[in-house]
Each structure stands twice: as C-alpha cells, then as structure tokens.
Design a protein around this ligand. Structure first.
Ligand code: NAD
Length: 483
C-alpha cells in the first residue's frame, strides 16, 4: 500500500548512513510501489554539489549497497528523478532559505532525517523553526546516539521539545525495525501458548547476545569515547529486553507499547559490580596488522573502554522476581549473531529417571543472520535404545516458512522510514524511555570508572573473556553458543 506523498529531507544526505542504508532502503520501497512516484527526497549536506551530482551519488550507493536487480529496467532512473539536493550548513545561514523555498507551504508530509553528528541536532531543530519548517506537519527522525548520559539526553530532549512536540519526534533504534523483533510481539501476544509460561514460575533465565565479528574499524575515535555499554546496551539490548519482559499492552499502539517498555526499564535493579564483565579484544594472531588489538585500533594505549560487556540484572516486579536476565555484546567475536533465548525451567520431576537425560525447553529468537524463531522440544531418541531423551528444534525460519518470495526482505531502516511517513511511532523510542535507560546505565558506568576497572583482554574470534563464562557458571548456567 503506497504511503501518502511526502518530502523527506536527509540532513547528512551524503554521509555513510545515507549511502549504506537510507538511500538504498528508499529505493527498495520505491521498487515495491510503497513510495509514491511524486515523493521527493532532498539531500542536504555540507558538500557543494548540484542535484544531478547527488543523483549520481545515490545511484552509486544503491548499486553498491542493495537493490541490484531493479537497476536494469529503468526503475533506478525514475527513482533518481525524485531526488534533489541543497548545500546547507547546520551551524550557519547557508542553504536554509533555499531549503525553505523547496519544502515550506506544500500540502504534504514533511520529514527531516537528522543523519548528522548528534552535536548538530540542536542546530538543525533551531534552524528548521526559524525558517518556518517546524510546523505541525513536520516530523524529525533522530539518529543514535541520543546523548551519552542522562544529563546530555535530558538536555537534547529539552532542546528538541522547544521546537517540536513529542508526537513529531522519531528516535531511531534500528533493532526495533527488524522483522523478527516485531514477530517476537506477534509470537508473545498472538498465541495462547507462550504467555501463561512467560514469568519467573516457568522461565529459568533469559539471555540476550549481540555478537559482532568486526572490530571498531574506522570508528575508533568515536567508539573509544563510547564503549559497548553506550553503543549497544543502553539502546539496542535494553529495547530487546523491554519487549521480552513488558506486560501485554492493551493495544498495539505507540503509547500503549511504550508505556509498558518504560515500566520495565524503571523496574530494572542496579547491577552489582561482580555481575559485570568488561573486555577488550586482542589482536588476531594470524593477521595482527589487519586486525590489531583494541587499544591499537583506537590509538589509545591506556584505553579503559570496553569492546565487550556481559552483565546480569533483575527486574523487580511480580512477573520476573528471581529470574535473571543476562546481556552480552562484543566486537571481534567468533560469529555475527544476535539472539534472545528464553530458557525454561526443568520439569519438576523426571518420570524417565535421570539416566534418560533431561533437556530444558529454549525458545530462541534469532535476529541475525537467518532471522527466525526456534523452540527446543524434548522427544524420545528414535530407535530401539529404550527411553532416551533428546532435544530437537521446532524451527520457524522465516525464509523456509514463507518461501523466498513470501518473505519480502525489508531492511529495518526502510520499514522505519515508512513508519515515519505513516505517522506511526510504535517502533520509535519516546523521550522518557531514553532518559530512563540512561538513568539505569549511568551509575553502572560511574561505578566502574570510580573503581578504575580495567577491561580484561579476550581472544579475537572467541566468545569474550573467561570471566564472562564464569559469570554464568557461578549460577550453574551456560551461555548459548555464538553461531
Ligand atoms: P558521516 O560522517 O559519514 O556523514 C556526516 C554527514 O553530515 C555528511 O553528509 C556531512 O556533509 C554532513 N555534515 C557534517 N557537518 C555538517 C554541517 N555543519 N552542516 C550540514 N551537514 C553537515 O556520518 P554517518 O556515519 O552517516 O552518521 C550520521 C549519523 O548517523 C550520526 O549521528 C551517527 O552516529 C548515526 N549513525 C550512523 C551509523 C552508520 O552506520 N554510519 C549507524 C548508526 C547511527
């Protein structure tokens, strides 16, 4: 179903994110017929260029980062006619009147994507207002990171609130745009099967892993000021935790969902220092030049920033009292894998005797790669060997279940941009959620900073520091293998 006609201004339209995700994503929506032919995409960035240069930049980005098949039949050329460009200075006067002349006063949806450094968000908001573009039709899309602690997030929220109503602000967390994340809600709230078991009486623990194989790459300077807690846990992992742990909202509407997520964040217990493991990756012994250790990669020999973080926390409410949540994320690990696992308790009594073997049911929700949901079920080992129990997966891989054509690949960014145009904020973070998340992470970061904790080195292409394994073993549990 096509969305209504819109003007989308991409501030930072020549940058890495615009080239890798936003422009190819919009092109795919155009190919699918969801983006109307009279929609306009206006790149706005510092570089001096004309509209035709921008179209060339977009064509190159689309060819490199996605959408290959439709490029041959002239669709790309048609899409490029929707593009325009304005050279603009977020901090000065240049370009603003020109942009205003292109978008203001038109009877269509106006969306402004802030794909620039966060230090420019306030400048953009202020200039949109002073040039008459912050009217009630306008929507702004704000990229991460949203602050680096509670105080800076509050200040940023206050700045944006001077010019825009909360209903106009779309804070992106692209994890929420993933197909499986929405399926997680469908599985939880569309089936009778799981919800009665979804509590501390039946769930032993929950683990969330987001593992990357890449190191810090060219983002060393930014990453070293941030670390895994700020870059991944405060936003992506906490959002996943909220969706798993929240109470069923009354309806699938933006504020109903976000109210429930907020309650989860506010119920999170502080984290004990001995429930935190921080690490920094070592060099790859086979190729130390291409894959140096973390401190060399960020060019800071004394860095105490973590490229790996594992922690255990609890949610202080009736549903989850006593059920630990283990979160783990890191760079340069053995596989690229994001998975949420709900590990159920043992059956209270085994009628088959301990020698038959025992397996816990695990519901595992895989975000990448191979999005899908698997439920581990115990059955009898086939054959004449007597009653021996084995664990087999009931597998719902989306590609298998829906077929290659049934499961249209929609990247998180393109889905979220279409939600912005439709005015649906369900999959975007509200200001109070972001602040509550920082209010939980700030004391943890302050704690390790005050203690002077130094992250433990860990092997490249492994599963993180040994202390991460011990964090689980102390509780008689194991991390799921990263595959
Ligand atoms: P980038 O450095 O590649 O691009 C920055 C863009 O901002 C360029 O188009 C540049 O012309 C423009 N710009 C810089 N100063 C300007 C000014 N004074 N006035 C107008 N335009 C100006 O950055 P990026 O990697 O595309 O990241 C953009 C935003 O998205 C950042 O907030 C970043 O944290 C966030 N983000 C990026 C990624 C990613 O994969 N690149 C992922 C998640 C979030």
């Amino acid at each position: 179903i096509p969305v209504d006609p819109f003007d989308l201004v991409i501030f930072g339209g020549t940058g890495d994110l615009a080239r890798r995700k936003i422009l190819p994503g919009l092109f795919r929506r155009y190919c699918s017929g969801q983006m109307p032919e009279n929609a306009r995409i206006i790149g706005a960035a510092r570089s001096d260029m004309e509209a035709h240069d921008y179209a060339a930049l977009a064509a190159e980005a689309i060819q490199e980062f996605g959408g290959g098949k439709a490029c041959e039949d002239g669709t790309l050329e048609k899409f490029l006619t929707c593009l325009d460009y304005v050279t603009i200075d977020a901090r000065g006067d240049r370009g603003w009147s020109e942009l205003q002349a292109r978008v203001a006063g038109k009877d269509r949806i106006e969306a402004f994507y802030f794909s620039v450094a966060p230090s420019l968000f306030g400048d953009l908001a202020e200039r949109l207002q002073s040039h008459g573009m912050a009217d009630s039709k306008a929507r702004i899309v704000v990229e991460k990171p949203f602050g680096r602690d509670l105080a800076s997030a509050q200040a940023l929220n206050a700045t944006l609130a001077k010019y825009f109503d909360e209903k106009q602000i779309y804070r992106i967390d692209h994890y929420l745009g993933k197909e499986t994340v929405q399926n997680l809600m469908a599985v939880r709230f569309g089936n009778m099967l799981f919800e009665p078991l979804w509590n501390s009486q039946f769930v032993d623990h929950i683990q969330i892993t987001v593992a990357e194989t890449v190191g810090v790459g060219g983002r060393g300077e930014y990453y070293d000021k941030s670390g895994a807690m700020r870059d991944m846990v405060q936003n992506h992992l906490m959002q996943l935790l909220c969706l798993i742990a929240m109470e069923p909202p009354a309806r699938f509407s933006p504020d109903a969902v976000r109210d429930e997520k907020l309650k989860v964040i506010r119920a999170l217990d502080p984290v004990e220092p001995h429930h935190i493991v921080r690490g920094q990756y070592d060099a790859d012994p086979d190729d130390p030049d291409a894959m140096p250790d973390y401190r060399t990669a960020v060019d800071n020999p004394r860095s105490k920033t973590e490229s790996f973080l594992a922690l255990k926390t609890h949610i202080a409410n009736w549903r989850w009292a006593g059920t630990p949540f283990y979160l783990r994320t890191g760079k340069r690990l053995c596989a690229r894998s994001s998975e949420i696992s709900i590990v159920f308790k043992d059956t209270p009594h085994s009628i088959f005797g301990e020698e038959a073997g025992r397996h816990r049911n695990v519901l595992s929700i895989r975000l990448q790669p191979n999005e899908g949901i698997t439920l581990g079920v115990t059955i009898k080992e086939p054959g004449p060997g007597g009653m021996r129990l084995i664990d087999v997966p009931l597998d719902m891989s989306f590609a298998d279940a829906l077929g290659p054509d049934g499961a249209e690949h929609v990247d998180a960014y393109e889905r979220l941009i279409m939600d912005v145009i439709r005015g649906n904020q369900t999959l975007f973070m509200r200001g109070d959620e972001v602040e509550a998340a920082w209010a939980w992470t700030d004391p943890i970061i302050e704690g390790w900073t005050k203690r002077g904790d130094v992250p433990k080195p860990y092997d490249s292409h492994g599963a993180g520091p040994d202390t991460s394994t011990q964090l689980m073993r102390r509780d008689d549990r194991e991390w799921r293998e990263i595959t």
